[in-house]
Design a protein around this ligand. Structure first.
Ligand code: HSE
Length: 346
């Protein structure tokens, strides 16, 4: 068994726990009946066990674990103490609490103890990505973060693996579901900014403090993560020139609509070649007018899209659900399965 400790039981954490519980149990059952059976559920999932859940809502989570969808993990320790969590000797810590602290201290402590990390936390990577990546390398453990950018959209893995033989020239993306949802509702339904933001919060897209969504800090962290991978540089969200959507009015939206244009909050990372070989990287987040009929213009709700321009594959476009419990949990699970397959299967 590969032991998992889960930090956080919010929108993503509870989805992940349910999927591991249900799919893990199903696959173990199938393998018990027929060890040679084939399944679309990864066999790595059958080896995973959630041994601890670290949450501030201890009593609520304990109660939740008694519900049928969590039957496969009902015996997990539920605690609000990170030390008690580590005392269960997890192989992988999955950090889903978000924000910089205490997430950074927890991740650092786990990495120093040679525990692999999977995180969906763009804020901590946007601020301290370099330090944490170095710590993982020093301790020879994995630090994976597919879910930190684009929710279910597999853009991190595409840059890490699929495009490793190419030279990426630019990345442009609508990387924040909350602002896309707000702008979409204001455009298509004439909804008020504050009503649209409230709906995004109710649907679980917005950050605990939605300022980081609407002021563009969330997509700034995300583009710095993609740019660090794509250009092999240590870039942080402080390197991103950032502007949010709070200055966009209903009047501006209506006037753009008459020209068949829509506002989108676009994050960009552009490599400018220099003759000395030291390319300049320009990072920005800002509202942009784009044609209604275009990859970015047609994004509705909390969808994200990313366009990657590279020397050989020219232009690739990725799009899909950029936020929400199950879609983001799917990306977290892919990282867990990658670690199990790479580090725990002979
Ligand atoms: N608040 C983020 C968003 C969540 O709206 O995109 C997913 O990273």
């Amino acid at each position: 068994m590969v032991k998992i400790a889960l930090l956080g039981f919010g929108t993503i954490g509870s989805s992940l726990a349910r999927i591991i519980s249900e799919d893990g149990m199903r696959r173990r059952e199938q393998l018990k009946q027929n060890p040679n059976s084939k399944s679309s559920i990864s066999d790595a999932l059958a080896q995973v066990k959630i041994v601890a859940i670290d949450t501030l809502e201890v009593e609520d989570v304990k109660k939740k674990l008694q519900e049928p969808e969590y039957a496969g993990i009902k015996d997990a320790l539920v605690t609000d103490s990170f030390d008690e969590t580590l005392a269960t000797n997890p192989d992988i810590v999955v950090e889903l609490i978000g924000g910089v602290e205490p997430a950074k201290s927890f991740i650092s402590k786990a990495l120093s103890r040679r525990i692999h990390i999977v995180t969906a936390n763009k804020a901590v990577l946007g601020v301290a990505g370099e330090e944490l990546r170095n710590l993982a390398v020093t301790n020879n453990v994995e630090l994976l973060y597919e879910a930190a950018v684009g929710g279910a959209v597999p853009i991190v893995r595409a840059i890490r693996h699929s495009l490793m033989g190419d030279k990426i020239l630019s990345i442009e993306g609508v990387l924040n579901g909350t602002t896309n949802f707000i702008l979409d509702k204001m455009t298509s339904e004439g909804m008020d900014y504050s009503d649209a933001l409230r709906q995004a919060q109710e649907l679980g897209f917005a950050e605990a403090d939605p300022t980081s969504d609407v002021e563009g800090l969330d997509p700034a962290a995300k583009i710095s993560i993609l740019a660090s991978l794509a250009f092999g540089r240590d870039l942080s969200m402080n390197d991103v020139k950032t502007e949010g959507i709070t200055a966009i009015t209903q009047g501006m939206i209506i006037s753009a609509k008459s020209d068949h244009l829509v506002y989108k909050l676009v994050a960009k990372a552009v490599r400018h070649g220099c003759s000395d070989g030291n390319d300049n990287i320009e990072l920005s987040v800002a509202p942009m007018l784009v044609p209604e009929k275009s990859a970015f213009g047609e994004l509705t709700g909390s969808m994200n899209a990313v366009e990657v321009v590279s020397e050989y594959s020219t232009k690739l476009t990725f799009f899909g659900p950029g936020a929400g419990g199950d879609p983001t949990a799917s990306a977290v699970l892919a990282d867990i399965i990658e670690i199990v397959s790479k580090r725990f299967v002979d």
